[in-house]
Design a protein around this ligand. Structure first.
Ligand SMILES: Cc1ncc(COP(=O)(O)OP(=O)(O)O)c(N)n1
Ligand SMILES: Cc1nc(C(=O)O)sc1CCOP(=O)(O)O
Ligand SMILES: [Mg+2]
Length: 207
């Protein structure tokens, strides 16, 4: 599967009161992967919101990815993104099946990405590349490391952390396939501006 394009990630605080309208606006502009990222423990709300996103994604032919929670992903029949402390890839692959999209956080360590690729990750994620208000404490990554990763890895490369329309181009030039964005996409004043931003991110990835 060719994974290249905008990877939109939801944020429950940022999208409060406009969750589905802003997500739909992003899908309207073109989203390759949509991640449902909700760090709360409200299982009922998480299930309800994830089901609503699955319905939207199926209308727009976008792949839904659940952050952290392979069981919820299995229940919905969608993909999962796992960080280094979210559980191993091999059982997640066994649970979700060979066609599921499974992503792995690799921070700035190419060795972690090589291991994730061996264990069947569909993409590997490096970051954070810029200051992030969504996750200020994430360890930093550089474009030099990204270029080295591109030369060593065949698996699609996702980049994340403080990415905006203004700073994304060098990441694409240094080998990124997927631009994972929260604030730079959803921190917009209107749904129309979310759609405009989504289209503009996709333009950066056309090659
Ligand atoms: C696409 C993508 N890349 C990295 C992350 C971060 O995952 P993780 O390190 O597990 O941190 P949390 O997002 O769970 O706080 C991600 N979610 N998505
Ligand atoms: C969820 C997440 N993970 C990161 C990492 O570096 O692993 S940075 C990050 C937040 C991304 O949000 P924004 O686009 O608003 O910076
Ligand atoms: Mg996680």
């Amino acid at each position: 599967m060719k994974l290249r394009g905008l990877y939109a990630i939801t944020d429950s605080q940022l999208l409060a009161g406009k969750f589905l309208s802003y997500v739909e606006a992003a899908l309207e502009g073109g989203v390759t992967l949509l991640q449902y990222r909700d760090k709360s423990s409200d299982e009922a709300r998480r299930l309800r919101e994830a089901e609503a996103l699955r319905e939207l994604c199926s209308r727009y032919k976008t792949h839904l990815i659940i952050n952290d929670d392979a069981e919820l992903a299995a229940r919905l029949g969608v993909g999962v993104h796992l960080g280094q402390t979210d559980g191993p890839l091999t059982p997640a692959r066994a649970l979700l099946g060979r066609n599921a999209i499974i992503g792995s956080t690799c921070h700035s360590q190419i060795e972690l990405a090589e291991q994730a690729a061996r264990e069947g990750a569909s993409y590997v994620a490096f970051g954070r590349f810029f200051n992030s208000t969504t996750k200020p404490g994430a360890p930093a990554a550089t474009v030099e490391m990204l270029a080295q990763a591109r030369a060593r890895l065949q698996v699609p490369i996702c980049v994340i952390g403080g990415i905006t329309l203004e700073n994304a181009a060098p990441l694409v030039e240094h080998g990124a396939d997927l631009l994972a964005v929260v604030h730079g996409l959803f921190g917009a004043d209107s749904p129309q501006d979310v759609t405009r931003r989504a289209r503009a991110f996709n333009e950066l990835l056309k090659s």
